[in-house]
Design a protein around this ligand. Structure first.
Ligand SMILES: Cc1ncc(COP(=O)(O)O)c(C=O)c1O
Length: 409
């Protein structure tokens, strides 16, 4: 994928003058890396020795029997180092940073997974690291914050706006404008000004390349459908790229339906009626915004999907009808998570479980000769507080109370 920065009418780089030179340098570094086969080789070696690539494609035999339709396969991005697909992007950008000779990285993080991955990369490559995280999310994802700090990163809770991902992105851009010479901004998803959407998608394409080879080897033909959750869109872009040129493979992106699309408490940009085209945070896409262009508040049980914008590449693929977009509510996510844990012994992240919800709705309507793939973007361990609370688990509550007593002594 080599682009000018626009995908149909979407994308672009609407950036302040002061960042032009930096973006130009980044684009040149990216092009040089793309034209140098040794770069991708180095990337593959790093991902197989530091992360767990290739990640397996797991046949979910019990879920398949339960639904009685298509064979359900799960692409296990949760088995990456730090527990999510975020490592693919971060390690790739880390290699670019080394080539560019910068000494400091900054990043925003939603669920904390991208921050965790960036902190590990910075520790490994000896870079100074600052992570911006909405204050709301710092409270929701304390364990990730703890580990980031232990790995030497400075975590800054962002108190502006809704104190979620979009505010963390704004703050990271503010930092970058002040420190352009020393610093690279490791953007965590396929959003933002060019070349980020293309660059992040390129690193994540490793998911789709592997998944395609694995399903052909296991099932003998391409899958009927591929499902992925969509926050900013990087894990979806990652797996979809393995199948984009095969129109017979339906690609399904699943957004956060939150409390329901009619409640206004969701983060569905490409399905539902609440989003409209706009330019913000340096790029043009479908944003959840009011008629004055002010960003709306979003809601999802999954912090990583709680974002107002979406990849411009996905806005384009939606407009072209190549990717179908659906949404899953918080309640549906909890039910699907419960079933997956019990039947397969797998704990998907709340973000990833959105993809499972839609796959479970559609698997029974397909024949057993067909296969579907769900991209499990991450593991659910980080969500233990949210999940235990949602399941209203009494012994967990007792554990928390006992711990709180211990600490307040
Ligand atoms: C496990 C997991 N899945 C999915 C996402 C959503 O991001 P994206 O749409 O870029 O894959 C996040 C974001 O934090 C995440 O942590």
């Amino acid at each position: 994928m080599k682009h000018t920065g626009f995908f149909g009418q979407w994308g672009g780089a609407f950036i302040p003058e002061i960042l032009h030179q930096t973006f130009a340098e980044l684009t040149i570094a990216l092009r040089q890396a793309q034209d140098d086969p040794k770069f991708w080789q180095e990337y593959l070696e790093l991902m197989s020795s530091y992360s767990c690539r290739p990640t397996p494609l797991t046949f979910a035999e019990n879920l398949t029997k339960h639904f009685g339709g298509a064979k359900i396969y799960i692409k296990r991005e949760d088995l990456n180092h730090t527990g999510a697909h975020k490592a693919n992007n971060v390690m790739g950008q880390g290699l670019l940073v080394k080539r560019m000779g910068k000494k400091r990285v900054i990043a925003e993080t939603g669920a904390g997974q991208h921050g965790m991955a960036t902190a590990t990369m910075a520790a490994k490559f000896g870079l100074e690291c600052t992570i911006y995280m909405g204050e709301v999310v710092v409270l929701r994802q304390r364990p990730n914050v703890f580990w980031m700090e232990k790995m030497g990163a400075t975590v800054i809770p962002v108190q502006d706006g809704s104190k979620t991902l979009k505010d963390a992105i704004n703050e990271a851009f503010r930092d970058w404008v002040t420190n352009v010479d020393s610093t690279h901004y490791v953007l965590g998803t396929a959003c933002g000004p060019a070349p980020f959407p293309e660059m992040v998608s390129w690193f994540q394409s490793i998911i789709g390349t592997e998944a395609r080879e694995q399903i052909l080897a296991r099932h003998g033909k391409l899958p009927a459908r591929v499902y992925a959750c969509v926050g900013g869109g990087s894990n979806a872009m990652g797996i979809f790229q393995g199948f984009l040129d095969n129109d017979e493979v339906q690609l399904v992106g699943v957004e956060a339906g939150g409390k329901g699309l009619s409640t206004g408490m969701h983060a569905s940009r490409l399905c539902g009626q609440d989003a409209s085209p706009g330019v913000a945070q340096g790029y043009k896409t479908m944003f959840l915004q009011n008629s004055d262009g002010q960003m709306l508040e979003t809601h999802s049980v999954a912090a990583g999907l709680d974002y107002v914008g979406v990849s411009p590449i996905l806005s384009d693929l939606a407009e072209k009808g190549r990717v179908r977009f659906e949404s899953a509510t918080d309640d549906e996510v909890m039910t699907a998570l419960d079933l997956t844990m019990r039947m397969e012994g797998i704990i998907p992240a709340l973000e990833s479980t959105h993809g499972f919800v839609q796959a479970f709705k559609e698997a029974p309507e397909l024949s057993p000769d067909e296969a579907i793939i769900i991209n499990q973007s991450g593991r659910g361990d980080k969500d233990i507080f949210t999940i235990a609370h949602a399941f209203n688990d009494p012994s967990w509550k007792q554990f928390i109370i006992a711990r709180a007593r211990e600490y307040s002594k």
